[in-house]
Design a protein around this ligand. Structure first.
Ligand code: NAD
Ligand code: ZN
Ligand code: ZN
Length: 342
């Protein structure tokens, strides 16, 4: 028997401050589970959500959070791949229709009927949440909830993003932006045998990148990252993964890429950037977006973690700290990822 209400951080109106409310305990519907949270990462997307930054907006009031880890306490109707007591997680791709063209072709992340955790469905900034057990993360046995939480969004997103750069072992990849996503991207890239160059606008972020295995770093505040990368790699990087939260980094990616290279955008700052047509054509560049990952990408990303190749830099906080963490994210002051322990 669980309680009647639970504590959550809620976006009542778009803006900088979340409110704290006691909400009614949700009842798990068909294919759903009620989950008692142990931890939740705080992603920059949660800040975009709370501020209503994107063209497609969530509907307040809602509970953000899509890196939640907790135990199943109740199951709704239907057949489930998990049982009460199992550790599961909510993710951005909370559910999808399962039968459209995108779902049928293994691109459920593009499903038009998809629900998004902490965006269209209440998320993990609360002591309880619902998951759809057909789409939730299955947490590896023995994982520390606080540490594994960032794999559920940051990890799977950059793992998929790196695959989409088509960079091969021994080739160069630039990770632009070494925040929650970027510092984990450095680790996946190293594990995949890539030679990693990290770009950020803060020296402490570049130190973190070196700690996780970057061989060369550029502070884009003090040097032109395109010049520095072209020189270091003798012609540019085969892959560029942009996780930065400023549009300027997206334009700079073009100058850092090698002829025939592939640039993948993960970051989602509001805005646009100027794209030089001549350079894109003459260098025959591929530029593509990448949105989180499929269930298979998630399983693979968690497997890298479980086998010890990925160790997120996480700092623990409390649910009540979420507004101050947002303030730090806004100013690029978070080292790695902040993760709530419940
Ligand atoms: P974060 O705040 O932890 O990290 C952002 C990093 O970008 C910081 O290290 C910051 O110093 C750096 N940065 C800022 N301006 C820069 C510049 N001009 N050049 C280089 N680096 C710069 O954020 P996060 O949680 O890692 O999220 C990053 C972005 O990715 C957000 O926009 C988020 O919404 C988005 N995101 C996308 C997906 C997806 O599926 N595509 C998934 C998760 C997050
Ligand atoms: Zn996220
Ligand atoms: Zn679908």
């Amino acid at each position: 028997m669980t309680e009647q209400t639970f504590r959550a951080a809620v976006v009542d109106d778009f803006g900088p401050e979340l409110a704290f409310h006691d909400l009614d305990m949700p009842k798990p519907g068909r294919h759903q589970a009620l989950v008692k949270l142990h931890a939740s990462g705080i992603c920059h997307t949660d800040l975009h959500a709370a501020e209503g930054d994107w063209p497609v907006k969530p509907q307040p009031p809602f509970v953000p959070g899509h890196e939640g880890v907790g135990e199943v306490v109740e199951l709704g109707e239907g057949v489930h791949p998990v049982k009460v007591g199992d550790m599961v997680g909510n993710v951005w791709l909370w559910s999808a229709c399962g039968h459209c063209e995108h779902c049928r072709t293994g691109w459920e992340t593009l499903c038009n009927e998809a629900e998004y955790g902490g965006y269209t469905v209440n998320g993990s900034f609360g002591t309880y949440m619902l998951v759809d057990t057909r789409y939730c993360a299955i947490i590896p046995e023995g994982a520390d909830p606080v540490e594994v939480a960032p794999i559920l969004c940051a990890g799977v997103t950059v793992y998929k993003g790196l695959k989409m750069t088509e960079t091969k072992p021994g080739q160069f990849v630039v990770i632009s932006g070494v925040g929650g996503l970027g510092h984990i991207a450095v680790q996946y890239a190293v594990a995949m045998g890539m030679r990693v160059i990290a770009v950020d606008i803060a020296d402490d972020k570049l130190e973190l990148a070196k700690h996780h295995g970057a061989e060369f770093t550029v502070n884009a505040k003090h040097a032109d990252p395109a010049d520095a990368v072209q020189e270091y790699t003798d012609g540019g990087a085969q892959g560029v993964l942009v996780t930065a939260v400023h549009p300027q980094a997206f334009g700079q990616a073009i100058g850092m890429a090698r002829k025939g290279g592939t640039i993948v955008f993960n970051g989602l700052p509001p805005g646009d950037f100027p794209a030089p047509i001549f350079e894109i054509v003459f260098k025959a560049l591929t530029i593509r977006g990448s949105l989180v990952g499929t269930r298979q990408d998630l399983a693979e990303a968690l497997d890298f973690y479980a086998r010890g190749y990925i160790k997120p830099t996480v700092h623990e906080c409390k649910l009540e700290d979420v507004n101050s963490v947002f303030e730090d994210l806004r100013h690029g002051k978070v080292d790695g990822r902040m993760s709530i322990r419940y």
